[in-house]
Ligand binder design. Sequence first.
Ligand code: SF4
Length: 359
Amino acid sequence: MTFIKERQKTRKISVGNIFVGGEEPVAIQSMTNTYTQDITATVDQIAALTRAGCEIVRVAVPDMDAALAIKEIKKQIEIPLIADIHFDYKLAIASAHAGADGLRINPGNIGATHKIKAVADCAKSHGIPIRVGVNAGSLEKEILATMGPTPGAMVESALRNIAILEDLGFYDIKISLKASDVERTVEAYRLISKRTDVPLHVGVTEAGGLYAGITKSAIGIGMLLAEGIGDTIRVSLTRDPVEEIRVGWEILRSLKIRKRGPEIISCPTCGRCKINLFDIARTVEDALLNCTTDIKVAIMGCVVNGPGEAREADIGIAGGDGMGILFKKGEVVKKVNQDRLVEVLLQEVRQYESEQSHN
Ligand code: SF4
């Protein structure tokens, strides 16, 4: 049984070695916030994103130095790279020549149709897709003048630009329709999903800092994915982009669409908790950040609900008075002093990982 509606059928495209759309898994992506021409910093951030589970990365290309840097960056990274272009279509062409696996353009600020055509011809000759990134804040002037920054206007802009590309025989297209509020974003994607089979890149743009950003992204992306809409997602946070990837995976896990790495269940604590659960949970979470094993770990403050949750987990602890009870696959393993709970729990996780890798 699932509460997720059947995924809407979209055409399948490839971004480097990652397929997007069709029956392919919903891909997770993010964007670097380094200066792209700082090759070392950009490559380091992409490596951190890759370890966190990022599958496609986008870099800003505000000038020719950034476009040219893509050639060297591409040699040092493992995941497909998309060049993000605003205003100057020549930067898109230079990025394609430098080896970008995809281009993201915002037709609202690229301007004349012949410029979009030049980008399409170039992308076609390199065999790379184009994402048409429509943003409520930068729609084409005439659409904005007649319709305002509405979901309908975003859809109109997207359809118009899909038509321009398809009239050129260019079909490797993704589309995004982003606004900074959940309501317009969700409505725009709902509308476009009825009008085209182009795969959809879903996200709430400029969502904000940690709390607002996670909340808006989880609601907006979550609602759409639950309705079967969305082929790739990007959580947008005013934070280290690695955190966007973590939130993205948690959204997919919560919806039971995809999972990666440990699921950590921990209680909020209450007056019954007699161990330092906050520190224990935070330390365990940090230690398992880049763990890719599918494992359920429960960290519970007491024996009221603790053992129940801990028993359902692969490995878990339930706190007692200055100590904790370690459970493994529903069985009590031992009592452990709270000073050693983290160490023992992590040992058990590593042991589980090694058993899984040998199965
Ligand atoms: Fe409180 Fe125990 Fe529930 Fe944690 S598991 S919230 S400590 S009753």
